[in-house]
Ligand binder design. Structure first.
Ligand code: AMP
Length: 308
């Protein structure tokens, strides 16, 4: 089984959706990625930073999922990264109400020594220079480097972002961000342009409309499972990325064919994430439930047309 190192935020989130509102709860890109990857029982380590205000029980929650947290720095006198967002009736778009970097502003990630030979590196949403620093700490060339990012970094650190994009194998990005990054409306053209920036594989996430995987001239599409109720989409993109990375780490196969399955796993796990606020659904998710939903996914997408 491959080793997986994940860098990203471990955070407090405050979320408002048409269904309700939370105070500060557990969030962060690395948290969602780690929880999703833990479904595959892989050897995963989270590299991040929190303040002295971060409850031990949240760290224990990750550790109890067998996620190595020795790379999570605790700055006793600092405050944890805080993000707040509000969704309207159309849950595909959200307003960011607050992004307080706090301890993240001076974060120098340190990859634990025993994870510097990881086969898969998952660069979760963070300042691109922090993502780059993690890459530079690897002692051996990873089999696969996956990068996730968002418009926030395109707005404030585009040059650094383009630099790290040029060094990764896979980028996962949502449709609006792909358009912003390339200035192209067509996602096919946008993916081609992103290929030109470096990544051989481009995954474009389209929220409730599924995800596209591009590699050279090949495209694979996975729909999102139609759900009765989407309660809170926060973390769905990260959960997708964690499922994608976790599956590839478990199967040790980074071919395009296997990435199709990774996209399906990512979509399946994301479909659970949105059913409850924050990380709530992911913390008690059973592998039996995942298996059952994968079957639903298969039923949804399989058809048998005879082509003459
Ligand atoms: P997603 O819904 O998948 O885009 O991810 C939401 C998570 O990303 C939340 O738990 C936030 O804590 C985290 N987040 C929001 N903004 C940022 C940012 N600028 N950098 C890193 N993480 C962020």
């Amino acid at each position: 089984m491959s080793k997986l190192v994940i860098v990203g935020t471990v955070a407090f989130d405050a979320i408002e959706t048409p269904f309700g509102k939370t105070d500060k709860i557990l969030g962060g890109a690395a948290t969602f990625i780690g929880l999703a990857a833990s479904q595959f029982n892989v050897d995963a380590s989270v590299v991040s930073i929190v303040g002295g205000d971060f409850p031990q029980e949240y760290l224990d929650l990750l550790a109890n999922k067998n996620i190595d947290i020795s790379g999570v720095e605790i700055v006793k006198e600092g405050k944890t990264f805080f993000w707040s967002g509000k969704y309207h009736n159309d849950m595909n778009s959200r307003d960011t109400l607050a992004t307080e970097l706090n301890v993240l502003a001076d974060f120098n990630p340190v990859v634990p020594t025993n994870y510097r030979d990881s086969d898969i590196v998952m660069l979760g949403n963070l300042h691109p220079n922090v993502q780059l620093s993690v890459l530079e700490q690897m002692n051996t060339k990873p089999k696969l480097v996956i990068l996730d990012t968002m418009n926030f970094w395109m707005d404030c650190a585009l040059t650094e972002l383009l630099n790290v994009i040029s060094k990764v194998d896979v980028i996962t990005i949502n449709d609006e961000e792909a358009r912003q990054l390339t200035g192209e409306y067509s996602l096919v053209v946008a993916a081609r342009k992103i290929h030109g920036m470096g990544p051989k594989y481009v995954v474009i996430k389209k929220g409730e409309h599924g995800a596209l995987l591009f590699h050279k001239d090949n495209v694979f599409f996975a729909p999102a499972l139609p759900l009765e109720e989407v309660f809170d989409p926060t973390g769905a993109g990260d959960t997708f990325a964690g499922g994608f990375a976790g599956y590839l780490a478990k199967t040790e196969d980074v071919s395009f064919e296997n990435m199709k399955n990774a996209v399906i796993y990512g979509s399946t796990l994301a479909s659970f994430c949105v059913e409850k606020f924050g990380t709530e659904r992911m913390t008690d998710l059973k592998s039996k439930e995942v298996h059952q939903r994968l079957q639903e996914f298969k039923n949804l997408t399989q058809f048998d047309i005879e082509l003459t």
